[in-house]
Design a protein around this ligand. Structure first.
Ligand code: AOS
Ligand code: ZN
Ligand code: ZN
Ligand code: ZN
Length: 424
């Protein structure tokens, strides 16, 4: 199942006149529009292999059909996304859900779709059928050294798979923690985890990064051993210069000021990557930008300001990924919406008049500072995002083309209605 260039060209032709009209209105009053469009073309958001199927909740799962049944089909799905928007040019794998049987073939397939291999993800939050020791009471924090050793070895294994594929980073998300007071000695749990992470860090190639992802709660409900950005930063600082904190938007306690967290991590040179999603309550993993688009913009505003201050390249120097689950929507349509929301927030952040904001801050002009931010947030940048797609050879309206071509219908006919994508 491939989308060919003619289908995209035909679709774009139909929408061209309306697009040009909307674009010319925006370009009229945005002096740096051309610049922004190029930055949008360059910006790529990785898609995790586990976001291509229906996630469900612990109460049930309602399969949508046509879901990818193996790594090859997952790559094909992301190939579809990337053909439609030219902004999803990377895949993030999860071991053991995505163990490649033939590295060369998998690399060639990804290349065919223009996809790179983003961060590798390890899994010590589940027991696998052939596993010797259980992670029921944690992995890297475990009181038993043999369990910790098994978790370390698994992570080293994941790095090896990644090296074969050309990935350059490992994301470690640990479910470790406790559900009841007294269950854990916090200090020992921290030290065991640090020691385990150090052993994995030792095995990291020189040009790799390690991302330490934090999460406030779930699956553990009393304490999490990497529970917030302070704990993650402690680990990353103690590990060394190849270790960074990873921010998943859904992993904070309610109302946390994520934009401030991002600003300070960037200041310390310790922000490594992002998992985008949105939520109203906890780790809901809803479509990015569907609940709190203003927060997403404020986060991007800090990212742009902080990265520029450090001379970082927006598109290359942080790992950008979506981490979401789909209970109701078609996963591919949901991912198209998420990527669009990310690009919109990024474009709005690029619009912020930094000089005016600095002036307002220096003068304690609170009203002006708010005006400057909201001027950017309230600008309709959708024509710029669409123009970036047009220039990159993608579709002006990816979801419309996805539906016109009945891509889900074709996938269902090819793969069947009762498909369960491996993973979450
Ligand atoms: C879990 O809550 C984290 O967000 C992980 O980043 C990710 O969802 C998990 O590793 C998927 O397996
Ligand atoms: Zn995550
Ligand atoms: Zn999560
Ligand atoms: Zn999440």
């Amino acid at each position: 199942m491939n989308i060919d260039k003619n289908q995209i060209a035909e679709h774009n032709q139909q929408l061209m006149a309306a697009h040009q009209r909307r674009l010319s209105q925006v370009i009229d009053y945005l002096p740096n529009a051309v610049n922004i469009v190029q930055k949008l073309v360059d910006f790529q958001v990785a898609i995790p292999s586990w976001a291509l199927g229906t996630g469900g909740t612990r109460f049930g799962r309602f399969s949508g059909g046509g879901e990818p049944r193996n790594l090859e089909e997952k790559i094909a799905d992301i190939g579809i996304l990337h053909a439609l928007n030219r902004s999803s040019g990377a895949i993030s794998l999860h071991i053991p859900w995505d163990i490649p049987k033939d590295y060369a073939a998998i690399r060639a397939l990804a290349e065919e779709h223009g996809l790179a291999f983003d961060a590798m993800n390890s899994n010590t939050f589940q027991d696998q059928p052939d596993q010797a020791l259980s992670y029921k009471f944690g992995s890297m924090q475990h009181v038993d050294k043999a369990v910790r050793r098994q978790a370390v070895e698994h992570n080293i294994e994941v790095i090896k798979h990644g090296v074969e594929l050309g990935s350059k980073s490992l994301t470690v998300w640990l479910a470790d923690g406790s559900s009841f007071p007294g269950q854990l000695n916090f200090r020992k749990a921290f030290q065991n985890t640090l020691e385990s992470l150090q052993e994995v860090y030792e095995a990291l190639p020189d040009d790799w990064k390690m991302f330490v992802e934090y999460k406030a709660f779930e699956p553990n409900f009393y304490s999490t051993t990497v529970g917030d950005w302070g704990q993650s930063l402690l680990y990353a600082s103690k590990l060394g210069e190849k270790a960074y904190t990873l921010v998943d938007l859904g992993h904070h306690l309610p109302n946390a000021n994520i934009e401030q967290i991002v600003a300070l991590l960037l200041m310390e040179g310790k922000l490594g990557g992002f998992h985008f999603n949105d939520s109203k309550y906890g780790d809901d993993d809803l479509t990015t930008g569907s609940i709190k688009p203003y927060q997403l913009f404020l986060i991007f505003s800090e990212l742009v300001e902080g990265m520029d201050a450090r001379g970082m390249e927006h598109a290359k120097d942080l790992g950008w990924m979506i981490d979401a689950s789909h209970n109701l929507k078609d996963p591919l349509e949901d991912l198209l919406q998420s990527v669009e929301a990310i690009l919109i927030a990024y474009a709005q952040a690029l619009l912020v008049d930094r000089a005016a904001l600095q002036q307002a801050q220096a003068a304690n002009d609170v009203v002006r500072a708010q005006e400057v931010l909201q001027e950017a947030f309230r600008t309709d940048v959708r024509p710029l995002v669409a123009e970036a797609r047009l220039r990159a050879g993608a579709a002006l309206n990816p979801i419309q083309l996805f539906r016109q071509q009945d891509i889900r219908g074709k996938l269902i006919r090819e793969r069947g209605t009762k498909t369960v994508a491996t993973g979450l």
